[in-house]
Design a protein around this ligand. Sequence first.
Ligand code: ZN
Length: 327
Amino acid sequence: MPWHQQQWQQLQQSLNQGRLSHALLLCGPPGLGKQQFALSFAQSLLCSNPSESGQACGTCQHCHLIQAGNHPDLQWVGPEEGSKSGEIKIESIRALTSSAALTAHSAKYKMIGIQPAHRMTNGAANSLLKTLEEPTSGTIILLLTDQPARLLPTIRSRCQSVLFHPPQRSQALEWLSGKVEHGDPALLLGLANGAPLKALALNDKTLLESRSEMLNQFLALSDQRLDPVKLAGIWQKFDYKLLIEWLIGWVIDIQRLKVSSSSGPALSNPDRAQALQKTADKLNSRAIQSYLKKLYAVRALTDSNINLQLTLERLLIEWQTCSRQGA
Ligand SMILES: [Zn+2]
């Protein structure tokens, strides 16, 4: 990805100076391509003939095995397939960190990717910690996460950090325009908070129609024109994580419009600026701020087992209450 250049150079430099850590922590918001980066970097280390800038040749045996997804020296661990909790269990970490598994078969390095690293159970994290404390030469562990604060501090401190940020808007738009045939790259990028891969995933007609309809319903709710409990029943069938992200984006835009001068702020939902402005005019800043806090609290719990219907009902009832307070 064009916006990975700095991170790529950082690691190549460490490598050339013999300072590459045996554990790398790749962190940044979702949708920036951390996994693609990790894969390219792993390929670059396993490749028998990389270029001067570290790019894999794409034609050697190692490259072929990686492209086919079955290189014995590159392994990924994540939550078990179909796992309800979404956690990475201690057994999965143990299987990868046993001494035999840590030795390279055919390449110079043994690469292990863990994603999402913050979903390791305590047991799994502690098991990994032992491996990080006594690293095996030639083994490199890549931890990928968008929530680094949820990792054990002792794990974080043993890793070399590689930070990912949303690219410059112009760069992201240029990349996105080449991928999106129908659809509005600027709108998609706004909806994805500047994360290009997330923007690309949102380029789906049905999804965008749902968003439009749900935004209408959310705004109608603030005019007391809909029943929050009924609406919660409809919304709970939708992708919950995405829904919470959207709610946060709408309310942040309302807040931006509330406090902005006449020039108009940059919005995540620029296509709906007028409708959002109308709602902003009817609400007071303190109520918006307090509602936003509640949304953040709910987002922090999205990985746990929560009662969807109840959580949504509460959120939507609170939105109506917040709207009743007036400007
Ligand atoms: Zn190669």
